[in-house]
Each structure stands twice: as structure tokens, then as C-alpha cells.
Design a protein. Sequence first.
Length: 424
Amino acid sequence: MASIIIGSQWGDEGKGKLVDILSQDYDIVARCQGGANAGHTIVVDGKKIALHLIPSGILNERATCVLGNGLVIHLPTFFKEVEGLKQKGIKYENRLFVSDRAHLVFDVHQICDQLKEAELSNGASNDSIGTTKKGIGPAYSSKASRGGLRVCDLFHFDIFKKNLTRLVENKRKRFGNFEYNIEEELKRYEGYAEQIRPFVIDSVYFMNQAFKDGKKVLIEGAQSTMLDLDFGTYPYVTSSASSVGGACTGLGIAPNKIVNQIGVVKAYTTRVGAGPFPTELHGDEAEALRKEGGEYGTTTGRPRRIGWLDVVVLRYTGLINDFTELNLTKLDVLSNTPEIKIGVDYKYNGEVLKSFPASLEVLAQCEVVYETFKGWNTNLANCKSFDELPVEAKVYINRIEELTGRRVKWIGVGQDRSSMIIKP
Ligand code: GDP
Ligand code: IMO
Ligand code: MG
């Protein structure tokens, strides 16, 4: 049986930390979508490790880690991360696998990501998405338009060569004659083909065999439901299915295998990149939380935008994923905030909306209705149980449960692996 950990907001909720903690009880930890646009930070005994492609279960040597078919993989980034594991003394041999059906991200995709962003920002209005420039959109576009290359293609190099050349020619037709040396790239990939071979598996067979053998599977979501290609604030989204459905298509497993959908909720909201953010804060209030929470992107280093918790978002992402339980993270970051707000409804033309609107034009005209809470002004570092939390923090958590109709099971009160309260 499988459990999945999914972001409920706009990413960076702290998914990596929970995956790391829970992976101790699982046999397999698998990523199902996205690529190196993800940045998952884990802190163990004060030591930080940031992962982009490799699942956050890698620190638990008992767990086997899988990069599923739904990912788009930039092999140089993959090998750099593997090198990082080697240097830290983390054993990955025979426990880190890559799907033969996963698509490849080439440097040409990253170049086109940048060119497309530049194009979008070069008008009367700046319409760029604020992507991570990791080539994610262009790689998924290649996949959808059936011009992409997959991991298995590396082992049939004549065809690989023909198809990569065609891909680059197509991109040049679209973007002009950008600098890119296809011959050098092909030479590099001939080397990667041999390097990646020991990692490659038929992940569809592997995952389903694992279920047959009674193994426990933890699926690590990347990005988040509000960045999902279908359900997010389109076009300010990523290009993959980053909600629960992506687990089935991204791993080749049936929906009935997934028995827990764990939603990760930051105690306030952040967003990197452009796009709507109804409860966004500006000025000193935002800066104080950004500083307190270390809200700078793990992948790009960009300052994250900051806002209050938005329950309209949580109810919407709760519908899509049917969260069985929530992990409320970074509660400690709110400790110095005298007054805390939660956005509880959106009003459009004076009427409360039933759910999160599709149209960004409607969303822009919505007024957020807030509830206000007294802060706790207490350091949470020593709180090891729900009972030990200050009463104001308990009120805040209980109200989140009421407003979302979902149970909070884990509460993050610090960066370290050990700073996680389990709520009875
Ligand atoms: P992910 O992309 O969802 O895995 O989240 P990121 O790793 O990008 O960002 C979350 C950041 O918050 C990381 O630096 C985590 O170490 C940190 N973090 C996670 N949970 C907590 C928490 O409960 N308290 C604090 N202070 N930091 C946390
Ligand atoms: P994790 O897994 C936060 C955002 C980018 C941009 C949009 C599209 O760490 O939560 P892309 O490069 O995917 O085409 O960018 O999506 N984005 C993320 N924001 N956390 C992430 O991943 C993100 N991955 C992509 O900032 O707004
Ligand atoms: Mg992140």
C-alpha cells in the first residue's frame, strides 16, 4: 500500500522533512513528477541537505528510492546530486533507481525556458511565469508533443542522436539560432548512457511487484496542488500533475494502491515566482516572516513571497487530494507575530464563493475575508507534545482543523528532523 505526501499551497511547505521522517517506516520512497525545479531541504542534527531530484528517503539506508516515469530528469544534475551523496558518505548503490520511461531534460530545454521567459517579459506588461529556468516546461512540452527523449533511448544511441538533433532543430525554428553545441552534447550523453545504466529499471514492473511483495511505498510529491498544471493558478503553474492524480500516471500504479493522502500545510503561505496570491503581505510584516522563516528558494535562492494562511486554498486542494491528514509546518515561525490572520472566504461581487475560482480575472476582484488570532509570543523549540504548546497556538491549530474539515496529525516546530510534534 502507498501513502503520498502532497503540497497544499504553492510549494515549499516542508514536504522533504516529512518524507525524511516517515521514510523510516517505508520500504520504497518514490518521486512521481516534476524535476530539478523541486528543492527539498532536510536538516538532521543541524546539518542541512538539499535535494532536487533524488527522493528525500535517501537518508534512510533501509529505503529504496525511485525516480518514476513522470519525472523529467536533467542527467548532469542527477549525477551532481549523486556525487553529493558520495561525499556525505550516504550509500546509494542498489537503492537508487531511475525509470526507463522518464523523460530527459537537456540543456537546450533550459535555454528555451530562459528564452520563453525573456519573451514573456518583453512587452508592455511583464507576463513571465517566474520559472526556475530548469527546463521543466520545455521538457514536458517535448513529451506532450511526442518529440521528447526518454532514459531508455540512451541505450539506442543512433536513434537518440537522430531524435535529439531533430529536437534541437525544432527549437531553433521556434527560438532562432541560440548557442548550443549539439555535437558536444551528444558526446556527453554517450558517456551518461553508461553512467546511468546501473540506476535504470522498468519502474512500472518494479513498483507493482513491490506491492505484490507487501512492501510499503511512500510517494513524495514535488511542487504543489496550486502549481498543478490543471488545478493551479494557470498559467502561473508548473507543467506537471503535482496533485494526487500525478502519482498514478507518474508511477504506473492504480489509484486503489494509495491509501493515505497527506497534505503539507505551511502555517502561513509562501509563493516563489509570479501569479496570484490573494492573502499576500507586503512591507515590514512580510519581511519579518521571510527572515524568521528563512524564506528563500532552495532551488533558485529567490526571496519567497509571503502571506497569511489561506483556507479557501486549503479547502480546494483538500477536495482535489482528499487529504486524510495534514502536517502543519513552520508553526514556530509565527512565534513573534502579535496578531495572526487566516483568510477564510473569498467574496466576489459581495457573494462568498463556493470554491477557488478558475479565472484569474475573477480572482483579482475577490476580497478576502479574514479571521484574526492572538499570537503566542513564545518560543516553541522545547515543545515536544501538543499539550506543551501555548494555548493560543492550540486555538490556531484547532481552528485550522475546523475550517478545513481535516485532521492535523503532525506539527512542525523547527527545521530539524526532531522538531515534529505528533498530535494525538
Ligand atoms: P519542500 O519543497 O516542501 O520540501 O520545502 P523546502 O525544503 O523547499 O522549504 C521548507 C523549508 O522550511 C526548509 O528549509 C525546511 O528545512 C524548513 N522547515 C520545514 N519544516 C519546518 C518547521 O516546522 N519549522 C521551521 N522553522 N522550518 C521548517
Ligand atoms: P518544491 O517541490 C515552489 C514554481 C516556480 C514558478 C512555477 C513554474 O520545492 O515545493 P517551473 O520551473 O516549474 O516551470 O516554474 O512553479 N515552482 C516551485 N515553487 N516550490 C517548488 O518545488 C517549485 N517548483 C516550481 O517558482 O513559479
Ligand atoms: Mg522546496
